[in-house]
Design a protein around this ligand. Sequence first.
Ligand code: GLY
Length: 568
Amino acid sequence: MNIPRTKPLPIFNFLFTSLLLFTSSVTADVKMRGIAIATVDPIATDAAVQALKDGGNAFDASVAAALTLGVVNGYNSGIGGGCFIVARKANGELFTINGRETAPEKAHRDMFIRDGQAQTKLSQTGALAIAVPGSLMAYSELCEKHGKLSFKSHLDNASSIALNGFKVPASFAQRVKGNFKQIQNYPASAKIFSDKNGGPIKAGSILIQKDLAKTYNEIAQHGIDWFYNGPFSKKTEEWMNKNGGIMKGTDFEKYHVTYPNPVKTTYREFTVVGMPPPSSGGTHVAQILNILEHFEIKDIDSDSPKFYHLITEAMKLAFADRAHWLGDPSSAKVPLGLVSKEYAKSLAKKIHPKKAGKVITHGTPPGSTEHFFNKHTTHFSCSDNEGNWVAITATINTSFGSKVIIPGTGVIMNNEMDDFSISPGTPNAFGLIGNEANAVAPGKRPLSSMSPTIVLKGHKPILSVGAAGGPTIISQTLLTLIHTLDHNLSIREALMKPRFHHQWQPNQIRIESTAGQSVIDSLKQMGHQIYIGGHGGATQAIGNLGKGLEAVHDPRLNGKAIVFPIQK
Ligand code: GLY
């Protein structure tokens, strides 16, 4: 039986699943003009559109997309994980919501050390890998404080999708297959992602998630207390007690989102607005742009080895600082000077125009003892016709997070504890190393690379962008900014450009082969070590860069982007 992935919206059932640009002929509805949405899943994008049609704004649309992604793309994000939200309100106000997960009270610095060795297996799967989830509270805050529709209505809609089921895309089936061995260690997870023969669920089959639908329904009925101070947290504590975990109901009770000031930097005539720590994204995107300001990147051919070299060198310096300085500002002193123009100038001087530099260690930004920040993933962006713009990056960390579903809830729990530095110098799942600033501590939030970003020209929002892909999130976001702001490419063109990434350690550029052999050979001659391949990540962006409104999902992967053009 060929069941559609979900009930199509009446006027959109002809839409295709890749990049989609509406033309004025299909945008008769005035209230929809100026709307742009990009997510990694057509059902989530449709849910966002429906929220706008129901009278919601961009904040409602993004909450609808977020809760739906937890159903149809649950291996990447969901209410068992965390998120960062960067937003710009129609009145010009900029705000963030930090819905990052936190370590439970019983967590401690050496909790992943056994016989003197750091055990990444423990920080990556199972009970100890799980940090207290924050997404649900962040979405609820976004909706209640800034949206127009009830949070309940968004939960009810997403619950229906979970209950009615959706057709499993090939990408989803591949992720299940790739993680199936570990998923099978957790019966509640295995039950949901197995077919009737006990194998991994196949592409094209219908995935119904009754438990998740019920969880969404209960939250819709009883509020988020059902999750943070009720049956969900109680069930989690019971499961933890039986499975070697340390998380308690009180850890959920104590969970709170925070509203840190965004990191803002100027880049040429633009203002780039990002997420402050415990995201490293906002800080290092700003820092790298500040360094690159000294090289007139806009005048350098983006297909030349020089372009790749200069950006790589700036990335290397920033990632060395990340490993040393960055952590949750609630317990680490993250210097504000990391984003100062003065510090960027001193770093820029270290870059040789033609030779790969040796970055032995981190730098020392000004005020590093006095002035501090206050304290497999998905990105989606949304704007509305009132002038509200949102950038949200959400995650449960690696695919299927800890692989744990607390029985009866349908919620995939994150493995965000692996984003702490579990021991100095021990690489996490992304090969990132860290230091004391990002050591495990109770109630602390693990460092993240998630970089939801909004760009303003004057006071006008012109771009909302972010990505998935661990530390490459920072590079992907940065490259999109450079290609669009410096080189005037459309968002679509920018997302198609070859991606490259350097995170200081390991000392190599990860580069897409589309960069071309001659660029790769030149980089080798300059002394760079090259790794060709790896995944290029997934960037979603919307924007109005002077050539009309655009919404684009990453051309490397599935997704759906919709624009309802502004009409004069
Ligand atoms: N879990 C990936 C990140 O937050 O960077």
